[in-house]
Design a protein around this ligand. Structure first.
Ligand SMILES: Nc1nc2c(c(=O)[nH]1)N[C@H]1C(S)=C(S)[C@@H](COP(=O)(O)O)O[C@H]1N2
Ligand SMILES: [Mo]
Length: 198
């Protein structure tokens, strides 16, 4: 019996190391949407980057899909306390889109359907954020943000805007949809930045 409890104990501790404070591991993949699911076909989909210079750059679906892709294995953490460990995605690093659009400052991410969220520019570059279009080897389902969503796994999952349409670079941090309703402007799960003031 002693051996078995030690075994479970060690496994338990291993899993817990990957869980930020106050999170539990989910086995399902909950859908959290503030409104109806917009249906965006890849024919009409475009990705827009408005640089600090005010210049608007756009990519069609085909142009986006011509860029090099990354296979991403990562943990995701929702502020409602579920985390999903070891999820698999495919996407294009945001470095490809933000390069040359201006350094420093913040971004306003906007989605089809009207959702917005704010992220410092530095958090979207350096291979830490993607436009993701595949989940577990399948095209990303509409309810999870398909055809493409932002994936910023090191921040709470509300920063990973579903049905992403574009990013505007700005000098001042401007709260997005959930941030205006009291959620944290940055949202680091390891520092439990759930609400303004955390
Ligand atoms: N456009 C859009 N993106 C969104 C949301 C939303 O309501 N609309 N919800 C956010 C929240 S709070 C979370 S936890 C995740 C949920 O993603 P999922 O539904 O794929 O689990 O998407 C985030 N991105
Ligand atoms: Mo969330």
């Amino acid at each position: 019996m002693g051996v078995i409890s030690r075994g479970f104990g060690a496994r338990r501790r291993e899993a817990d190391d990957r869980l930020p404070p106050g999170q539990y591991p989910a086995t399902d993949f909950p859908v959290l949407s503030a409104g109806p699911t917009p249906r965006v076909s890849t024919d009409e989909w475009e990705f827009v980057v408005v640089g600090l210079d005010g210049i608007r750059r756009t990519w069609s679906w085909d142009a986006m899909r011509e860029l090099p892709t990354d296979a991403i294995t990562t943990d995701i953490h929702c502020v409602t306390r579920w985390s999903k460990l070891g999820t698999h995605w495919r996407g294009v690093s945001l470095d490809h889109f933000l390069d040359g659009a201006g350094e420093g400052g913040f971004t306003e991410v906007f989605s089809y359907g009207g959702y917005t969220t704010n992220v410092p520019r530095a958090d979207l570059v350096g291979g830490r954020a993607w436009i993701a279009f595949e989940f577990e080897g399948e095209p990303l389902a509409p309810e999870h943000g398909g055809p493409a969503r932002l994936l910023v796994p090191h921040l709470y999952f509300w920063k990973s805007a579903k049905w992403v349409h574009g990013i505007e670079l700005v000098l001042e941090d401007t709260p997005g949809f959930w941030e205006q309703l009291g959620y944290h402007d940055y949202g680091d799960p390891w520092r439990e930045q759930r609400y303004q003031g955390d």
